[in-house]
Design a binder for this molecule. Sequence first.
Ligand code: KPL
Length: 306
Amino acid sequence: MTSHWILGPGAIGRLLAHSLSPLADITLVGRRALPEQQTITTPEGEARSQHLNVITTSQLVANAPAPPAFVHITTKAMAAEAALESVARVIPATTPLVLWQNGFLAQPRLTECWREPVLCATTTEGAYLTGDDGVFHAGRGHTFVGDLTNRHGALAQRLAHQLSRAGLAATAVDDIHSRLWQKLAVNAAINPLVALNGLRNGELRGAAYAGRVEAVVKEVAAIMRAEGIQAPNGGSGLDAWLALAWDVIEKTANNKASMLQDVEGKRLTERGAILGPLIESGERRGVGCEVLRGLDRELVVLEASY
Ligand code: KPL
């Protein structure tokens, strides 16, 4: 059986663990102890309970287990490097990593510092935790897998095949860089505004916020053009980016975005991974990013007030 370690027992980590468990040897690793009996509620409302091998990082390191076929890192973007560091001395530097973070911060850094292969995954699976022993698989989506160097297509295919067999539809792609940036564009359009204003995603459609969404997307579209990122769905220019943002807002109207959940839980947000690469690119390429910078500043103030 292929062995997978999953570092980060958050919603995506647990969804992966539950889905892959019947087909693979799974170890779910977190900083603190969690119950081994875990429940997943499917999008159809069926609750399934199963025993998962859930251990802490220190137990894993002390046990010195055989290296796995894949190490999935499912932490928040800013915790990804520390998660890898915590297990790096018990795995060979050629162990395939799979990065599941939002934004574009962990992916280039870890691709640079790990010997390889480093796969990146971007997913539209919807999931949230219901407690220490439960996760709700709120909506089925699709996962794209690839690597930034385009040298590991066969490995990406193998992982996509396993995920699909596990019920998480997945495709290996050779344009993961563009796909990560397209997701980044969506997250930049939605997450800071809903987090700062305490809104469900759908409330951005209201007159008070629609103009602010459009102002963000306008800057994002110009940065994407400068970065050479293909506009979504074969479209071109601002209209295609606006259509993508409004489509996701519509489809996730009832969602509490991840950044709002972080603010409500008084945790640091992923502003650095989402707004950071856009602002850095805008500044480097001389593309205006005042609106994005303003959102970033507001988030800094909010995080400092916890
Ligand atoms: O990815 C998301 C998030 O919450 O981080 C969106 C697409 C905004 C859905 O809520």
